[in-house]
Design a protein. Structure first.
Length: 138
């Protein structure tokens, strides 16, 4: 779909359109808003960098887990989730216009910042310990 999107958004309003990024670090470093699928690795990167997003879950993901991922970020106001079937040039343009206002971007950034932790390893270990303790008591 890259060619179709590129043809309909030739100027990209100061943005960049790429079909895929093997290493999105450089793009994320200059991004204000990201349009992406909702895989766990992508969301972890967005949260770590404090980047708000328009998330379009991959419709064929196992157990529709990307939709659940996208809803989790959308539920705290850190992203907007749009079903793949509902995304088109017109709807994308509407969402970009709504979300690109500086005050709206600031709201999204503040919301995604609430999901970030500087000590993820400690949280993971605490959760494992809690689960292990729960299992040993049965």
């Amino acid at each position: 779909e890259y060619d179709r999107v590129r043809a309909r958004l030739p100027g990209a309003a100061g943005g960049a359109i790429r079909p895929y990024l093997d290493d999105p670090a450089d793009a994320f470093a200059v991004a204000d808003l990201v349009l992406a699928r909702a895989g766990a690795s992508t969301l972890a990167e967005l949260i770590a960098l404090g980047l708000p997003a328009i998330l379009v879950p991959y419709p064929h993901a196992a157990d529709d887990h990307q939709s659940a991922n996208a809803r989790a970020l959308a539920s705290v106001g850190a992203a907007v989730a749009i079903a793949d079937a509902e995304l088109g040039a017109a709807s994308l343009g509407i969402w970009l216009a709504r979300l690109s206002a500086p005050e709206r971007l600031a709201e999204l950034r503040a919301a995604i910042a609430t999901l970030h932790t500087s000590e993820p390893t400690a949280l993971i270990l605490a959760r494992i310990a809690a689960l292990a303790g729960r299992n040993t008591q049965t």
